[in-house]
Design a protein around this ligand. Sequence first.
Ligand SMILES: Nc1nc2c(ncn2[C@@H]2O[C@H](COP(=O)(O)OP(=O)(O)OP(=O)(O)O)[C@@H](O)[C@H]2O)c(=O)[nH]1
Length: 366
Amino acid sequence: MDVAKEKARLELMVKSLLERIETNQRIQQHFHAFETRLLACARLQDLLQLIFEDMVQHFELADIGVVLVDSDYTIRDMLERMELPDYDNRLQLRHSDDFALSLYSHKPEVTLGELDTLASTRLFPNSNSVSSAALLPLLRNQQLTGSVHFASASKVRFSSEKSTDFMQHLASIMAVCLENCLAREHLNFQSQMDMLTQVRNRRSFEEEFAKEMERAERADDPVSCMFIDVDHFKKINDQYGHQAGDLCLKQVASTINEQLRKTDVLARYGGEEFVVLLPKCQQDSAKVIAERVRSAVAHLEVVSDAEKLMRPTVSIGLTTWQSVGERSRDLIHVGERLLNCADEAMYQAKKGGRDQVVVKPFCQVV
Ligand SMILES: Nc1nc2c(ncn2[C@@H]2O[C@H](COP(=O)(O)OP(=O)(O)OP(=O)(O)O)[C@@H](O)[C@H]2O)c(=O)[nH]1
């Protein structure tokens, strides 16, 4: 045996192995750096921004796409409520996991390869230069919860013979991060809602109210406020039972909601009392809306489980506050007065015979 030749061959082999180890270490550090950033995200909006904006740069991608399975539409409702951007349709929600499953022919595991035009337009509707892609399944407890897609303009970047270990790890981190952020956001959402009527609860209203008053004062915008109380609700309970009363409250709440804009804030303020905040709404327009709400409820027919017909009506008090350019020294007091004036107007509507709207001018002093 030629010892010198064998030594040279072995040295070459060791050198090549060391180079591979170094390359793998660099790739691992690159993935690890991004995974640390993903794990640090506590809010859904931060996580999505990181995925759709920073990830493309970090991994030098041509595009990125995310499909999430949203069987009960909770993600859709949450994104709508949070008014998050649609990231140019790069985030797709699917009612079932059929679409995500169809991407993985055998079992859901990282898949690399060239993309035909059809698949490319389905996965990356905004990019026309995708040559290869990596499909990363998002799995929790063996269940497919979504799929992440990396696009490259290069044919060889995601060629099928390449190793997928790092991507597999990244996919599992992304699945956990998305699940955590969605669960946290959902919990936060639930804590702001009234369980029976599925409109905001009083605590959440008060937070929104304080924010809106500050915003309106800065912008010199008007704010209108309605107090809405269901008439003779005790009678409804007494006559048809508490469960029928609950059903009535639910339907009154959703009827009120249907008459409002997305930016209006509706909350259940107490038992059978609701409050609505109408930002940037002058008194004249607010009066039209209040009358529309009153009329919609008056036309409502609620049928109880025992097939009894209930026809609820509401009394509405309305007040509008207009900031007059100077900054108020006590915005909390102004807010309290706005609510009190609307409440007083609502009591006048009760006294006046119910099923009516009463408008009361805003007065700062009691
Ligand atoms: N079913 C049901 N009833 C509720 C709920 N919260 C409060 N109530 C009832 O709402 C009724 C409110 O009655 P009152 O405050 O006397 O007012 P009202 O009968 O609506 O009469 P007016 O407001 O004067 O028109 C009470 O009987 C409460 O028990 C609820 O969540 N579900």
